[in-house]
Design a protein around this ligand. Structure first.
Ligand code: ARG
Length: 457
């Protein structure tokens, strides 16, 4: 299709290459969101008398066809199209003629791309929230299974105090829960419709923005039309920041696993299917997946920084620079999604070596426990500490399992409150499903196709 802004000249081919870049490829992710938003927009135009019923129904049919084609991976977008918005309008005009030429009334590609991105990010944020919540849940179930398996607790990486596999695993679960919560809060920020803001300044037509927003299942309109456009990149950065926290936690979990699965530690082992080998050293069983989890998390962080760097000094209103925030958005979100999946796989296959963990609980681990025992017998802490410290050779190993059970204050090895954690995580997972279902219902009443999703993984 010729460009939407085509008049009486053709764009220089190098300039086309430069300005379109990978946008037409990246936009495959946005086709369904854009088609759904276009149905809502067309309904809004009909409501205020700018489209007749016949045009509306042929537009709706055309847009349903776009969705079906995209679901079969068969909706083409070419470089000369520039983006999905042009390709969709071109498809409609080819198919239904005149009505296709009316769909762009009252909107700009600026609010159009914002709306498609908003629908996509709103859905992604909750899907990632649910997936992260599920990983947290699996870590809690793992913690429950190994609740009273002792494990040396370390500070400065040195042997510190008695701990447990349960405490270790649940610590990551709670961390991921908080990060998933971050996404849930963000999904509320994302749940506002920018449509109707047009190029950045609205249009002199009586668009019913609230009606169009509710057709898409948005809880509200993003009020200020200039802000609606200026929030491009900003919301992407917020989403990538949430991803960054998840990546950071997964990277630290991966690091712990790399360490604790070393034969020298032997606390855990990874099944062969999750390890790779060496081309020269036949004995090697390498945790490449965990290592790449560390590096991919750095990539997510870089994506977030990239978006913020692009938008930092932009003047108000749409600027083409925004287009370049799409690639880091798609790259960083996909990388985070994969990280969560990979970590779930690793956890599922993780073997806990109880014997080795017990053996690793060497006498020095109990030095503080001995101090506490003496304090309970009436000694003052500082003198007792010094006395035990000066006679470390006399510190004998305690029973590791009994020892971790003697800690009874909340959150310690004997009182992890895993059931409370599980209850909160389950509530969050169910909450995500409920809201995602409500989006699904809105999409179904827009296009009549069951189970439509905007995020296509
Ligand atoms: N593909 C473009 C983007 O992502 C769509 C908006 C183009 N708008 C414009 N004024 N050139 O930003």
């Amino acid at each position: 299709m010729s460009k939407l802004w085509q008049k009486d000249y053709s764009l220089d081919s190098l300039m086309e290459e430069f300005t379109v870049s990978k946008d037409y490829i990246l936009d495959q992710q946005l086709v369904i969101a854009d088609a759904l938003a276009s149905i809502a927009h067309a309904r809004g135009l009909e409501l205020i008398g700018l489209l007749d019923e016949e045009d509306l129904s042929s537009l709706e049919e055309g847009l349903q066809e776009v969705i079906r084609l995209r679901q079969k991976d068969a909706f083409p977008i070419t470089k000369s199209d520039e983006d999905c918005h042009t390709a969709i309008e071109g498809f409609l005009t080819d198919r239904i003629g005149e009505a296709g030429k009316r769909i762009h009334t009252g909107r700009s590609r600026n609010d159009q791309v914002q709306t498609a991105l908003r629908l996509w990010m709103r859905e992604f944020s909750l899907k990632l929230c649910r997936e992260t919540g599920t990983l947290a849940k699996n870590l809690l179930l793992f913690a429950k299974r190994y609740e009273f398996v002792p494990m040396p607790g370390r500070t400065h990486m040195q042997i510190a105090m008695p701990s447990s596999v349960g405490l270790w695993a649940a610590s990551f679960a709670e961390e991921l829960y908080d990060e998933a919560q971050h996404l849930m809060q963000l999904s509320w920020t994302l749940d506002q419709s920018p449509l109707g803001s047009a190029a950045s300044y609205g249009v002199p037509l009586a668009l019913d923005r609230e009606f169009v927003a509710s057709e898409m299942g948005f809880s509200r309109v993003q009020n200020n039309v200039l802000y609606a456009n200026n929030s491009r990149g900003k919301f992407e950065a917020m989403l990538l920041d949430s991803c960054d926290y998840i990546g950071l936690t997964i990277s630290k979990l991966a690091q712990d696993l790399i360490l604790f699965t070393l034969p020298e530690f032997g606390y855990f082992s990874l099944p062969q299917e999750l390890c790779t080998g060496s081309s020269i050293m036949p004995q090697k069983k390498n945790p490449d997946g965990l290592e790449l989890a560390r590096s991919r998390s750095a990539l997510v962080s870089a994506c977030s920084m990239q978006v913020k760097s692009i938008i930092r000094s932009l003047p108000s209103g749409y600027n083409r620079d925004f287009q370049d925030t799409k690639e880091p958005l798609m790259q960083g979100t996909k990388a985070t999604w994969t990280l969560v999946q990979i970590m779930a796989l690793m956890l599922d296959g993780l073997i806990v070596n109880e014997e080795q963990l017990i053996q690793a609980c060497v006498p020095s681990l109990y030095a503080t426990d001995i101090v506490m025992q003496k304090v309970l017998e009436g000694g003052n802490f500082r003198d007792t500490y010094k006395d035990v410290g000066l006679h470390l050779d006399a510190v004998a190993a305690l029973d590791p399992i009994e020892t971790i059970k003697t800690r009874t204050s909340l959150g310690t090895t004997g009182n992890l409150a895993l059931d409370d954690d599980l209850m909160f995580v389950n509530l969050m997972i169910d909450g995500c499903t409920q809201v995602l279902d409500s989006y699904g219902e809105a999409y179904e009443s827009l296009c009549g196709i069951e189970g439509v999703e905007t995020v296509l993984y």
